[in-house]
Design a protein around this ligand. Structure first.
Ligand code: MF3
Ligand code: CO
Length: 251
């Protein structure tokens, strides 16, 4: 599959999709507190997306079909956690990942928050992962190879003493949630296609306190660290423009 270039009109639609996802994400973050049953986050998304008239992109995705509208990955869970009966407690590290389809286009967005007050390691992990995404975005410029983005993320994260997950990557995004190219969160800088105006990319660093190796749990979706160490995940959908990177998943 080739890389699909988006027109300015298509990017404008994706910006609207991004706004809906980002505003819904803010609602979810406001709900996160000790005692919250994580399945309630899925209920909130279903209501919100129905009101907005958008499709929950994750629901029914792939095989076995993903059974919810949002991924909630707690502590050693990295991505693709299924919101169920789990009850959040003070200090939990909660990664929320959300996508919607609006007028045929997808926006994909993730954020990690700490329930109440986290310990120093958790706070640093979340800060470093968020900063890693910002560094990736800064490098998402026409003329750069995709590898430049990954190398910048990797150098920063490893310099802070954390691990970068290799088994899962960022991706092109458009009419499909996952389009070409793959966007690794690691180098080398001279790998991958050259970025061009009109590409829309989801950058999504997944960072671990310990080893970066992963395992898929018995539910066939939840991805955890193999060593049980804490993980965090941030993601934005970003357009490559003549004026540099434009983040689409903002309110
Ligand atoms: N942000 C995730 C990704 O890009 C969302 C996928 S969850 C799924 O892979 F359930 F839809 F697969
Ligand atoms: Co994604």
């Amino acid at each position: 599959m080739p890389i699909i270039i988006k027109s300015d009109d298509e990017i404008a639609i994706m910006r609207e999709a991004g706004s809906i996802v980002a505003r819904t994400m803010q609602k979810l973050i406001a709900e996160v507190r000790p005692g919250l049953v994580v399945k309630d986050l899925d209920k909130t998304v279903r209501k919100e997306f129905e009101t907005e008239g958008v499709i929950p992109t994750f629901l029914g995705y792939a095989n076995p079909p993903y059974p919810a509208t949002v991924c909630v990955s707690v502590n050693e869970e990295i991505v693709h956690g299924i919101p169920g009966k789990r009850v959040l407690k003070e200090g939990d590290v909660v990664s929320l990942d959300l996508g919607c389809t609006y007028k045929g286009f997808v926006a994909d967005h993730a954020i990690t928050v700490i329930v109440g007050k986290g310990d120093a390691t958790a706070v640093k992990l979340v800060d470093v992962t968020k900063r890693a995404l910002d560094i990736g975005i800064e490098n998402l410029r026409a003329g750069n190879r995709i590898g430049v983005v990954g190398q910048a993320i990797q150098e920063y994260v490893e310099g802070e003493g954390f691990g970068v997950v290799r088994q899962y990557c960022g991706h092109g995004v458009g009419r499909a949630m996952h389009e070409e190219p793959q966007v690794p969160n690691y180098g080398p800088a001279d790998k991958g296609p050259i970025l061009k105006k009109g590409m829309v990319i989801a950058i999504e660093p997944m960072v671990t306190v310990g080893d970066w190796n992963t395992k898929v749990m018995a539910d066939k979706w939840t991805v955890s660290t193999r060593d049980g160490s804490l993980a965090a995940h941030f993601e934005h959908t970003i357009a490559v423009t003549d004026n540099g990177p434009v983040v689409l998943t903002v309110p």
